[in-house]
Design a protein around this ligand. Sequence first.
Ligand SMILES: Cc1cc2nc3c(=O)[nH]c(=O)nc-3n(C[C@H](O)[C@H](O)[C@H](O)COP(=O)(O)OP(=O)(O)OC[C@H]3O[C@@H](n4cnc5c(N)ncnc54)[C@H](O)[C@@H]3O)c2cc1C
Length: 275
Amino acid sequence: MPVSLYGLWSAKMFFGFVIFPTDFDKIVSPISVAHFSQYKLMNLLLERLEKLGFSVCSPSETEGSIWNRKILMGHECISIHPTNEGLKVGTSYLKEGEMEEREFHCSILVGSDGARSTVRKLVDIDMKGERNLQTLVSVHFLSKDLGQYLLHERPGMLFFIFNPDAIGVLVAHDLDQGEFVLQVEQLMLNIPYYSPQQKIEDFSFKDMFNLIQVCEQIILKLVGWKLVDVQVLDIKPWVMHAEVAEKYVSHNNRVILVGDAAHRFPPAGGFGKYF
Ligand SMILES: Cc1cc2nc3c(=O)[nH]c(=O)nc-3n(C[C@H](O)[C@H](O)[C@H](O)COP(=O)(O)OP(=O)(O)OC[C@H]3O[C@@H](n4cnc5c(N)ncnc54)[C@H](O)[C@@H]3O)c2cc1C
């Protein structure tokens, strides 16, 4: 991966560790780099599947034969039972405002349902490792002002920022559109907020307003000057764990855990889905 280290960011003590977002001329590396937000990657993967002959179906389109290269969206796995032939998997889905359930029979079930994996819980596999290493808050925000500045002055994808007032990681999702995620220690919010027991949705309008203002203050401290157009879209807590499932397979090797369902790591080094 092409990496370029920059020294002092600005007189405001904004230090940058910058990875070029694109290297289309392949000067730095024979492989050009791109950064995809998960929701953009998801759309690309679905497009690719459709090109390979799969059809992506919403729950209302899933009547009839389901095995013929169909990707069934919106189905949540709720039960798993072994049968003589394989597995019976119960799912629930929302159809015209009502929750409905349906069962599937299959030989293999791949549990790729993330860190809080229901599949893993249903087959009674525990996680081992270290929990609650750090509690962070991800602030998803827009600012074309910051995007344009970085695009022209310091193009990059990941900015590790250390200054006397604040520490954080700024992830540039789209410099052109000015879309960012800022990760900061929960302590920096400096207001009572007890995740994961307390959810952002539980906040009153006034608390939420305060929280957004606090986030805007942190962005100001980290960036070093007042951005004219910060728009906070979402604020989500994230507790960092380093855990691995006690085993990856169950039910005669018919249930297989992959991805975060099998292991969740601190993100240093980008140890995500494929590691
Ligand atoms: C803040 C943060 C930053 C990160 N940064 C990076 C990075 O820079 N690089 C990197 O490589 N990795 C990064 N990661 C890790 C990366 O996001 C994960 O490793 C990866 O998304 C795991 O993919 P997954 O498919 O296993 O799980 P997920 O992406 O969590 O997907 C699980 C899917 O299963 C669905 N689901 C949940 N329950 C059920 C159910 N019962 N039935 C059916 N479906 C269900 C969910 O809706 C979801 O769509 C980061 C993670 C976090 C939290």
